[in-house]
Design a protein around this ligand. Structure first.
Ligand code: ADP
Length: 172
């Protein structure tokens, strides 16, 4: 039984993330999409919001569950008994980050392997930050994120983007 963990910020989950998650779930016996609760970058959505959106995006896939985690990814993987970390690769810039991270992770947890899935063509230019920027400027985000995520983004920016990463004085 191979359990894989797909970790990330998922702020918010995009169609690119969903594509990687579904493809990984088809390869491994079980997959946990693990939402990191304290990314170094500013987040727009709270951890619970990010988890709820990701959960709804993949609901109905029997061997795929969404959970939140904190602390080191390798420690979390050990806790749940995972053998594999899944990551998605879009461009060479992703590769540089992934190879650095996987080398460090390998030092801490040699028993864990990283499996990178290549982005599907239609998602190769898609990132959570690009989607947030388009949404912030009132542009069309349908098709880039699941419909409930598009609605949550529109709602967030309608209310002035008062997420945890944006200073409140800017939203008044
Ligand atoms: P992180 O904060 O760890 O970079 P993200 O939530 O941005 O997490 O992304 C999680 C993982 O999904 C990363 O491996 C990232 O490269 C990958 N990913 C993000 N967007 C896409 C996409 N459009 N296609 C394929 N993989 C993607």
């Amino acid at each position: 039984m191979i359990l894989a963990v797909y970790p990330g910020s998922f702020d918010p989950v995009t169609c690119g993330h969903v594509d990687i998650a579904l493809r990984a779930a088809a390869i491994f016996d079980r997959l946990i999409l693990a939402v990191y609760d304290a990314p170094a970058k500013n987040v727009l959505f709270t951890t619970d919001e990010r988890v709820a959106m990701a959960r709804k995006a993949v609901e109905g896939v029997a061997n795929l569950e969404v959970r939140k985690y904190s602390g080191l990814t390798v420690r979390y993987c050990r806790e749940v008994g995972a053998q594999v970390i899944v990551r998605g690769l879009r461009a060479v810039s992703d590769f540089e980050i992934e190879i650095q991270m996987s080398t460090l992770n390998r030092k801490m947890a040699p028993e864990l392997d990283v499996v990178c899935l290549m982005s599907s063509e239609q998602h190769s230019f898609l990132s959570s930050s690009v989607v947030k920027e388009i949404a912030r400027l009132g542009g069309p985000i349908d098709g880039l994120v699941p419909p409930h995520v598009a609605e949550a983004l529109r709602e967030k920016y309608r209310r002035g983007g008062d997420g945890p990463g944006i200073p409140r004085y800017l939203s008044s």
